[in-house]
Design a protein. Sequence first.
Length: 336
Amino acid sequence: MSLGSFIKKQFIDVLQWNEDADGTLAWRYPMEDFEIQYGASLTVRDSQMAVFVNEGKIADVFGPGMYTLTTQTIPVLTYLKNWDKLFESPFKSDVYFFSTRLQLGRKWGTPQPITIRDKDFGMVRLRAFGMYSYKLADPRKFFTEISGTRAAYTVDELEQQLRNLVVATMSATLGGAEVPFLDMAANQILLAQRMTEAMTPTFERYGMTLDNFAVENISLPEELQKAIDTRISMGMVGDLAKYTQYQVANSVPLAAQNEGGLAGVGAGLAAGVGMGQVMMDALRGSQAPAAAPVAAPAGEDPEARLAKLKSLLDKGLVTQADYDSAKAEILKKLIG
């Protein structure tokens, strides 16, 4: 290799970045001992921006396009180097390329449950996860706050910082939303909008733009979810008295198929009805005594009433105690 060829190879005529893989946000052009030739070509693609850094200070910023590097195209660098006349010799400067493409499909989630106050359940612990996307918008801020003079800076390296930011903002947003957990599923879009508004200033501080934020799911720990399932089941039962009557009505045909027939399970059915009444009284806070087991129609013959009661007793549909009580009341009225 001749001396002339060696010297020629020390000068850079074309500056460009061909992104060969996804996930790189900032990339420093490998200068080593090379110098940039006066009049060299700088190519910045549509999804990129380029920055010239002189002695640790950001000089000129270039958007998409093709540039010929002269004192007219790099005025700040010219000023920093005190080039008061057209320079014709190569110069040293660090050149950084930045990717401005959307970084899609970034996942976020709460590694630990977030404890908030809920108007329905008191203190609850929530988990949440979703997706977001962003892009680099201001290379000056990103270089100063994040990437610095590193040879390359990737999306994965930034991920942990952004994930912690999202979780911290989510905790504050959920705690101040005052939306009951049962209504959060219907308000996930509104919650995502609040999250976007809260995080936008921080993203801008780092030179980035938050493009989209989505809340995909909000859930409770398993033990709390079971408690809600129980509450839902109770709500589906509705009127407990009618539910008890329905259960008793379904039990009569089944009891008739047993060996003892209705008489064999009559006492059990009566006990079930009585238990249902006790439960209703407890739920309603009622202190009133239970109603009489058999209501007598007005004007009915006492002997006919006694016969009906005896028939019910024989079938096991009333207890002996209820029969004796009703019989005593009828005899008392006859004597009186």
